[in-house]
Design a protein around this ligand. Structure first.
Ligand code: NAD
Length: 491
């Protein structure tokens, strides 16, 4: 396959200059130091330890966050057990629902502050935090609040009851959204929670703790313990946890599954992905190109369901690649708080190093790399949007999850070849298909082994819709009725 026009011949005249439009961060309150949120208040960690959380766009310290040890986790689980036995599981479901509605409304009221802090702590563009993360987080609480008193109707002929105390562990790519995604259904089903956010992005979970306190949720129903993998591991190992809900890498998911085997604890695992985005020759090409940009460069490619593999029908491959390169050159990289910014900062130095090692590996394995030439800021962690052509199925960039703004492009001739290449992966989280034929959408959608398939769009989320993976992308579903059932015993 030809790789499209060489960079110097591409039409970059479409790049516009914008005046800076930074969102003011003045009214976003970040404390100098945060304790653990246990029993309805912030408490000092028994460990006595704290760690810095930084702004990945500037490398400046934003705050210090408590590092919970096994004693702290034990304390949080004890408090959650007490709240479960004495208050939450006994409360009328309609009353539980009112608290969850209240949390949703307060998130909406403080949405600007949440968006700013999400952008500062995680490096994502304010536009995404403002338009996707925060509204969706509120939507998860609204949706699940509505279910709290209707569980008996949701599962006809079954008797739903809560599972008890739930341990929840989340990653750094959608910190507030993942917390909402986990806490809302657990509460609606009558469980109490100990949640551990990721170590690089704890701040919005701690702000959510403030919301939970301000909503007067009974003390101990939600507890938030910050720390690294060792804190997460202490939560997984705790004897008095009834269920673990984990979102993160497949490697850690595997460890967790291993240590839960034989314990009788319930679990759901939402893990990595390597989604194929398939473009047929009959697709509306300009729309598809915009869809690819959204599928892989959205949130710097820090998306489990990112369309990190592009399968494009051979007859339109040159056209698609050329248009993609042109569009990549117009993307605005830089200050995540600027409302014009398309591509923000990579979340951490460690993640940037990982991405860069894949860029090197991709080239060493013989693929051809094209990188957007926009200048990146001098400080912070940045990776310009990148695509690889001339890739083979055996290449690491095709098989492994990079979790960065890196796209591997392959071609195909027939529908069967597209399906077979899309399924040639250990993962099965998501996929996309672009065509003007409804029958092709049904055929491809039915035959790809992935939890969600988008047609002529990508990265659309809704709390009513179950989400989860096949194969090494996970076990169980979150969202919708399927997600509710994972937080219930159904007799
Ligand atoms: P990670 O697995 O390194 O960490 C995830 C969380 O697990 C963090 O809170 C971390 O502190 C904790 N952790 C680490 N080691 C642990 C251990 N031994 N026991 C218990 N907890 C431990 O993942 P990450 O780098 O934070 O996130 C990126 C990964 O998450 C990617 O693979 C991505 O695909 C995946 N992800 C999946 C989904 C989904 O819905 N399927 C959503 C978002 C992210």
């Amino acid at each position: 396959m030809s790789t499209g026009e060489p960079a110097h011949k591409l039409n970059y005249d479409t790049r516009w200059e914008y005046s800076p439009a930074p969102e003011s961060a003045d009214h976003a309150r970040i404390d100098e130091q945060y304790g653990l949120f246990i029993g309805g208040k912030f408490v000092a960690p028994k460990s006595g330890e704290y760690f810095n959380t930084i702004n990945p766009a500037t490398e400046k310290v934003l705050s210090r966050v408590a590092a919970a040890n096994a004693d702290d986790v034990n304390n949080a689980v004890k408090v959650a057990r007490g709240a479960y036995e004495n208050v939450w599981s006994k409360m009328r479901p309609a009353e539980r629902g009112k608290y969850i509605f209240r949390i949703a409304r307060i998130i909406q009221e403080r949405s600007r502050e949440f968006a700013i802090i999400e952008s500062l702590d995680g490096g994502k563009p304010i536009r995404e935090a403002r338009d996707i993360d925060v509204p969706l987080a509120a939507a998860h609480f609204f949706y699940h609040a509505g279910w709290a008193d209707k569980l008996d109707y949701a599962f006809p002929c079954r008797s739903p009851s809560p599972v008890g105390v739930v341990g929840q562990i989340i990653p750094w790519n959608f910190p507030l959204l993942m917390a909402a995604w986990k806490i809302a259904p657990a509460l609606a089903c009558g469980n109490t929670v100990v949640l551990k956010p990721a170590e690089t992005t704890s701040l919005t979970a701690l702000k959510l703790a403030e919301v939970i306190r301000d909503a007067d949720l009974p003390k101990g129903v939600v507890n938030i313990v910050t720390g690294d993998g060792s804190t997460g591991s202490a939560l997984v190992q705790h004897n008095d946890i009834n269920k673990i809900a984990f979102t993160g890498s497949t490697d850690v998911g595997r460890l967790i599954q291993h240590s839960l085997a034989g314990t009788g604890k319930k679990y759901t695992l939402e893990l990595g992905g390597k989604a194929a985005n398939i473009i047929f020759a009959d697709a509306p090409i300009d729309q598809a190109v915009e869809g690819i940009i959204n599928a892989i460069f959205f949130n710097q490619g820090h998306v489990c369901c990112a369309g990190s593999r592009l399968l494009v029908q051979e007859s339109v491959a040159d056209q698609v690649v050329t248009k993609l390169k042109e569009r990549m050159q117009t993307l605005i990289i830089g200050d995540p708080l600027d409302k014009n910014t398309d591509i923000g900062a990579i979340n951490s130095a460690a993640q940037l190093e990982r991405i860069n090692s894949y860029l090197e590996l991709g080239q060493n394995e013989g693929a051809e790399m094209f990188q957007c030439t926009t200048k990146t800021p001098d400080f912070g962690f940045w990776c310009p949007p990148t695509l690889f052509t001339q890739v083979a199925q055996s290449h690491s960039i095709v098989r492994e999850e990079v979790f960065g703004p890196v796209l591997a492009i392959q071609t195909f001739r027939t529908v069967d070849e597209a399906i077979s290449k899309a399924n040639n992966t250990q993962y099965g989280l998501s996929g996309g298909v672009w065509t003007d034929k409804g029958s092709k959408i049904f055929n491809v959608g039915k035959n790809i082994r992935a939890g969600v398939i988008w047609a002529n769009t990508f990265n659309k989320f809704d709390p009513t819709s179950p989400f989860g993976g096949y194969k090494e992308s996970g076990v169980g579903r979150e969202g919708g009725l399927h997600g509710l059932s994972a937080y219930l015993n159904l007799d």
